[in-house]
Design a protein around this ligand. Sequence first.
Ligand SMILES: [Fe+2]
Length: 331
Amino acid sequence: MRESDNLMDRRGFIRRAAGAGVLIATSALPVVADEETPAIAADVFPKRGQYERLSISYAVVEIGAERPFSVLHISDTHLTAAYAHENDKKQQLCSSRTTTFGGHQEEALRDTLAWARQHVDYVVHTGDLIDWQSEANFDLVRKYFGDTLVGSMGNHEFSTDMWLSDPKEEKTEAYKDNTRERLQQVYPFDVCFQSKVLHGVNFITLDNVYSYVTEKQIELFIREVKRGLPIVLCMHVPFFTPLIWRASMRFWRDNGPMTYSEVPTATGDFLIQQEDIVTRDFIRYLKTEPLLRCILAGHEHITVEDQFSPTCREYVVGGNFLFCGREVLFL
Ligand SMILES: [Fe+2]
């Protein structure tokens, strides 16, 4: 049996094992006691209430659900933990990247999940839950989600050691293959592609962490379309509209202001979506697919939304490390 067959077998098993009728029911999330996580720093809004640091935005999607339900969409938590026994690279990254992301990522995750348990029915996470691979980060994934998480990979999930990675990071399937099996053992959902039907709505999560999609994923997507249910597509990198690209560049580009009408030249992820033929054609097709009703994405660390197609609105959520999330009510 080929290694890929083994992987597919296990994915099939995981899909069946996780297919007990939930997306990520908040009632099934592990309860994490406050004392198990870092104390709220005294210098971060010390007199505010438990959830007042959260930055929650809202959306309503009329999708034809069998009954109304709500989902908390979060993304980009960027956990940066390492155990003392892990190697020097992990210690270096822990120090450097904890500074980068503010050091409150675990608190943000804990508070958003606690809020979700009280306020919404389900949670979806669209990737970069961890900043790079470490035993400590993987244990946090298990601690907060147990076997309940459904979501998608982010580009950082595949990063062994960021700029210290050996082999060096490449935006290819071959690079992902180096650690795909390990990630599949930690994350309790199919890391490549998964479908979960919830109240008559088909939530499809897929790995597009380097912006492109594969022919295999498209084949699986088309199979799901044939079920005839309205679709919510959940993935890490947005499928860029001019407005979402413009908003992303306003945030990330450091060469001054843009006029309101200016759409910056496509580079990076947006360029890949235009130049990779498989991905380009898939996006063109999606814009004509009436069953596609909503896209949930992250990656950019900003909250922005736009109309993707006549039937589909795309929502990008800000970084969870910034205490962001979006409640989406499906009607
Ligand atoms: Fe991110």
